[in-house]
Design a protein. Structure first.
Length: 203
């Protein structure tokens, strides 16, 4: 009790000093709270951007795919999985995909890319690639069209309407190659994804 009285008297012994100390503490606390909130908000925005652009909230894949990725490790019964997803009230939308790494060549440059085969009708329900296309348009049909990330398109020196050759490995282990017309160029805001994204129709 005596210490509290002495402390109270000491506060008002020099009001200017006390007010300056109080302001300094208040300002530093406010800045700390702002920076913490900004940091958490930035992380949240990055997570949502990544989820909305690529993975979605949940992925269903072959049990060994994460440890040893291979184009051969596919889901054996996709129709059964589709029925489960369709009857689950917690699933808002889903879309089948096939992913593989391959070589993209424009005739001027070549780059390793992540090729994602997507269902043209279902994919816009689970990812925002359609909304972040800055040049061109989304797939017009299930044809030989490709959507590239902006940085990848710049590195390959191609634009909408140009041709890109994808060269990789087929499901049976053979060499797979095809020519695609650039339909659109997307910018997700994620540098790594924009540098290697290449979407083609799943068919």
């Amino acid at each position: 009790m005596i210490a509290a009285k002495i402390a109270w008297r000491n506060i008002w012994r020099n009001p200017r000093r006390s007010i300056l100390t109080l302001c300094a503490l208040g300002l530093s606390t406010a800045l700390l709270l702002f920076m913490f909130a900004w940091q958490v908000g930035s992380y949240d925005s990055m997570i949502h951007a990544a989820v909305n652009s690529t993975t979605g909230e949940l992925q269903v894949m072959h049990e060994d795919y994460q440890d040893h990725p291979s184009i051969r490790k596919t889901i054996d019964s996709p129709d059964r999985v589709a029925r489960v997803l369709d009857t689950n009230p917690g699933v808002v939308a889903w879309s089948p995909r096939a992913e593989s790494f391959t070589l993209a060549d424009s005739g001027k440059r070549s780059y390793g890319v992540l090729v994602i085969g997507v269902d043209v009708e279902r994919e816009p329900r689970v990812s925002n690639i359609r909304t972040v296309i800055r040049e061109g348009d989304y797939f017009s049909a299930d044809t030989n069209e490709i959507i590239l990330g902006r940085k990848l398109a710049r590195n390959l020196q191609v634009g909408v309407g140009d041709e890109v050759v994808l060269l990789g490995q087929g499901y049976n282990g053979s060499v797979a190659a095809n020519v695609f017309n650039v339909r659109g160029i997307a910018e997700t805001g994620q540098p790594d994804l924009d540098r290697q994204l290449a979407e083609i129709p799943l068919g």
